[in-house]
Design a protein around this ligand. Structure first.
Ligand code: ACO
Length: 366
C-alpha cells in the first residue's frame, strides 16, 4: 500500500532556489523575513541567478524588465476578445498564457521578457474586464509600481508600492509546491517556457492551491453581508465536512511565516481603506480556528483582504498570485532544463490482474 498519498514528504529532486526545511522558508539562503524587505527586482534576480545584484546590475535589470512590459499588437487584439468571455479570470489567464506562446517568439524568449509579458497580460485582463482602457508603462517607475499602475489605472503611493512589493516577494517562490512541480514536469520534457507556464497556471487555479484566496474573501463577504455569526458559519461549514479556506498547510503546521508578514500589511491597508470590519472578522475566525483545531492561516488568508483593499475583484485574486509566482516558476523551469532529466515516477498498480481477453473477431455486437 502507498502510504504517501499526494507525495507528502517525498524528496523528488534537489534545488538551489528555495527551501522550506524545518518550516523555515528561505530564498537562495536568505530567510523570508529578511528578503521580504528587498526590492522585487532584487528578489527576481536572486531567484534566477542565485546571488543578489550589484547596484548597477539592479538598475539595468529593473529597466530591462520595465521596458519589456509591453504586449505585441496581435496579443492585445486577441486578448480584447478572450478577456471579455464570461469565464473565470483564471480560465482566461490559462488561455492567455498559451496565447503569449503563440504570439511571441517561443523559441527565443527568455525569462525577463516572459515575466514582463505575464504581468502586463494579467493587468490587461483586469482592465478589459472592467471596461477600462489599457495603461502604458511609465519608464520612470519600477516593475511593481508599473504593475499596479496598469491594473488600477493609478500611480501607487510609495507606501502602497512597498507593501505590494512585499506581497509579491512573499508569493514569488515556494519550493516544490503543486504548480511549480507541474511546471518542472513539463520543463523536464524540454517543452518551451510558455507551455510550462500554462501547465503551472492550470495547477494553481484549483481551490486547494492558489484558488483559496478568492474563496477566503467569499467567506468574509458572505458572513458580513448576510450578518451571520462567524462562529456559527464556521461550525456549519465544518459540520458539512467543508474545509475553511486560507487555513492549514502541508508544511507549516505551526504557522506560515508569510502569513505573519501579510497580516501586518492587511491590518494597515484595512485601516487606510476603511475595511477594518473585514480585518476584525479575519482575526475572530483565525482565533477560533487556532483554539479549536490548532490550524493557522496560510499565505492566501490575509492576501485576500489585501487585494480587496487595493480595489480588485475577488475573482481576479488568483491571477495576482500567478503574476507573483511566475518568478518562481521561471526559476524552476530554468533549473529543470539545466538538469536535463525527464520526470517520470512509478506507481503501485492496484487494479485487477490475471484477466484474459478471449473475445474473437466477429464476437462484437456493438
Ligand atoms: N479547514 C478545516 N480542516 C482542515 C483544514 C482547513 N482549512 N486544513 C486541514 N484541515 C484538517 C483536515 O481535515 C485533516 O483533518 P483529519 O486529520 O481529521 O482528516 C487535517 O487537518 C490535515 O489536513 P490535510 O488536508 O490532510 O493536510 P494536507 O497537508 O494534505 O493539506 C491543505 C493542506 C490542502 C492546504 C489543507 O490544509 C487545505 O485544504 N486547506 C484549505 C485550502 C487552502 O487554504 N489552500 C491554500 C494552501 S496554501 C497554497 O497553496 C498557496
Amino acid at each position: 500500500m502507498v502510504k504517501n498519498h499526494g507525495l507528502a514528504g517525498i524528496v523528488v529532486d534537489e534545488t538551489k532556489i528555495s527551501s522550506t526545511k524545518n518550516a523555515h522558508l528561505i530564498y537562495v539562503g536568505y530567510p523570508i523575513e529578511e528578503i521580504a524587505q528587498a526590492s522585487f527586482e532584487e528578489v527576481v534576480f536572486l531567484l534566477w541567478y542565485k546571488h543578489l545584484p550589484k547596484q548597477t546590475e539592479l538598475v539595468a535589470f529593473r529597466q530591462d524588465l520595465v521596458n519589456k512590459m509591453v504586449l505585441p499588437a496581435e496579443t492585445i487584439r486577441l486578448l480584447l476578445y478572450i478577456a471579455k468571455e464570461p469565464q473565470h479570470p483564471m480560465s482566461i489567464l490559462r488561455t492567455t498564457t498559451s496565447l503569449l506562446g503563440t504570439t511571441n517568439d517561443v523559441e527565443h524568449d527568455e525569462p525577463p521578457k516572459i515575466l514582463a509579458k505575464m504581468l502586463t497580460a494579467i493587468a490587461a485582463i483586469i482592465r478589459i474586464r472592467d471596461n477600462e482602457p489599457l495603461m502604458e508603462i511609465d519608464p520612470d517607475l519600477g516593475v511593481v509600481e508599473n504593475f499596479l499602475l496598469m491594473m488600477t489605472g493609478k500611480k501607487p503611493s510609495k507606501r502602497l508600492a512597498k507593501m505590494f512589493s512585499t506581497v509579491m516577494i512573499l508569493h514569488a517562490d515556494h519550493e516544490f509546491n503543486a504548480s511549480t512541480f507541474t511546471a518542472r514536469v513539463a520543463a523536464s520534457t524540454l517543452t518551451d517556457y510558455y507551455s510550462c507556464l500554462t501547465a503551472a497556471v492550470c495547477a494553481l487555479k484549483g481551490p486547494l492551491h492558489g484558488g483559496a484566496n478568492e474563496r477566503v474573501f467569499e467567506m468574509l463577504e458572505t458572513i458580513q453581508q448576510q450578518q451571520i455569526d462567524p462562529l456559527k458559519y464556521l461550525q456549519d461549514q465544518l459540520k458539512a465536512k467543508r474545509k475553511i479556506m486560507g487555513f492549514g498547510h502541508r508544511i507549516y503546521k505551526d504557522g506560515d511565516p508569510r502569513a505573519r508578514i501579510l497580516k501586518q500589511i492587511a491590518a494597515e491597508l484595512a485601516q487606510t481603506t476603511d475595511n477594518q470590519v473585514y480585518y476584525q472578522l479575519q482575526i475572530k475566525i483565525a482565533d477560533y480556528m487556532f483554539a479549536r483545531f490548532n490550524l493557522h492561516p496560510n499565505v492566501d488568508y490575509y492576501t485576500a483582504l489585501i487585494y480587496h483593499c487595493i480595489g480588485l475583484e475577488k475573482e481576479t485574486f488568483t491571477m495576482i498570485f500567478a503574476a507573483c509566482r511566475t518568478v518562481g516558476w521561471l526559476a524552476h523551469i530554468m533549473e529543470q532544463r539545466q538538469e536535463g532529466s525527464l520526470i517520470r515516477p512509478s506507481s503501485v498498480y492496484i487494479g485487477p490482474t490475471e484477466r484474459h481477453y478471449l473475445r474473437k473477431v466477429g464476437d462484437h455486437n456493438e
